[in-house]
Write a protein that binds this ligand. Structure first.
Ligand code: ATP
Ligand code: SF4
Ligand code: MG
Length: 331
């Protein structure tokens, strides 16, 4: 694990982040207000050096938008992002560039992430060239990166279409590692792969974490994958965090009704236990982030909702033991 340069504070801290998108056509003159998609609506969490923080939740709950805002790919509407204790909005251009060098991303689809006309060595060397690493050093670094991700340097002149899906994702990971980042955002990084290949890539990510002290923000809708890799889990619903806590206790004892329903939806290996499940599964559709419920975001689907839930929004609070955050009146 690399040395912490801001004492024991978190590596990355996101505070009350909001990312709102204008919906439909811009209304320049009309009296009615512009409708907005509240893709991320007040999200806070932190990531420590060398840990894996998973962000989970159904499609459309704002996971990728949160990651993209941290990466600077979407502008934050409100909120703050701190890297090693420094507020991103207060950094000068040079500091911000250094921060983004430390933050890399691996997306779901290695096919579109790699230029089909470039060899894998050229793709991996691209960030090195952008950051002015001398050409004579690049070749050795590319070979080192190929070995680190379990590829043979003899494959350096291959093209992406000559590789399997798993090998292509290894190339994308090698490219993300090129500049020795502290954090990699893995946005559905194994979701497009077959289950057996998924576990190979997860094992690779875990080995790289041990060897290099990397932190991951692991974005996934697949809780059975998250269970293998996460140290802590943030559960998102309609652009908000409904529960956050250590992976082991959150999986063993979910507290928020939404987390409970998400976990109940993971099929159990034992068919008898699968049939004996008592927790109610999620019913109904996710409300539109254009028109979220007025009170608790989960009120339209919550099996234990009371009248108060439709009127007031529960604020996230720490549980008595201090290990979890929870946004529910009744839990
Ligand atoms: N550029 C954009 N303009 C307008 N709306 C957007 C934009 N990007 C995302 N959204 C909307 O914001 C919400 C959150 O999207 P986001 O992609 O962050 O969800 P997600 O949790 O990553 O979903 P998935 O699991 O499907 O990847 C969705 O309702 C989406 O349609
Ligand atoms: S606050 Fe009410 S509606 Fe929301 S999760 Fe808790 S019980 Fe359900
Ligand atoms: Mg996404």
């Amino acid at each position: 694990m690399s040395a912490t340069r801001n004492g024991n504070g978190p590596l990355l801290r996101v505070e009350e982040l909001k990312v709102h998108f204008p919906a439909g056509q811009k209304r320049l003159f009309a009296r009615e207000p512009q409708q907005v998609v509240k893709a991320v609506d007040g999200v806070s969490f932190h990531v420590h050096e060398g840990e894996t923080l998973a962000i989970v939740g159904e499609s459309g709950c704002g996971k990728s938008t949160t990651g993209n805002a941290i990466l600077g790919l979407e502008p934050a509407t409100e909120g703050r992002i701190f890297f090693r204790g420094r507020d991103l909005t207060e950094m000068n251009a040079k500091e911000r560039a250094a921060m983004w060098r430390n933050l890399q991303v691996v997306f779901q689809d290695p096919v579109s992430a790699l230029d089909p006309k470039r060899t894998i060595a050229q793709s991996i060397a691209e960030p090195l060239a952008i950051h002015n690493v001398p050409a004579r050093e690049r070749k050795a670094r590319v070979d080192e990166l190929l070995e680190q991700v379990g590829l043979n340097p003899g494959q350096r002149d291959r093209y992406p279409n000559e590789l399997s899906g798993g090998q292509r994702q290894r190339v994308v990971i090698a490219r993300a590692l090129a500049l020795k980042p502290d954090v990699i955002i893995c946005d559905e990084a194994v979701s497009a792969l077959d289950v057996s290949i998924q576990s190979q890539i997860l094992n690779l990510l875990m080995r790289l974490q041990r060897e290099l002290g990397l932190a991951y923000i692991f974005i996934s809708h697949d809780l059975s994958v998250v269970r293998h890799i996460a140290d802590r889990v943030v559960v998102m619903y309609l652009g908000t965090v409904v529960e956050e806590g250590p992976a082991t206790t959150l999986f063993a004892d979910p507290r928020h009704p939404y987390t409970e329903a998400l976990l109940a939806a993971i099929p159990l290996a034992d068919p008898v236990a699968e049939r004996a499940k008592t927790v109610q599964l999620l019913e109904g559709d996710l409300p539109s982030p254009l028109n979220p419920p007025k009170g608790c975001p989960f009120v339209t689907r919550c099996p234990i909702a009371e009248s108060r839930c439709a009127e007031e929004r529960p604020l996230a609070r720490r549980t008595d033991d201090g290990t979890r955050r929870l946004a529910c009146f009744l839990r």
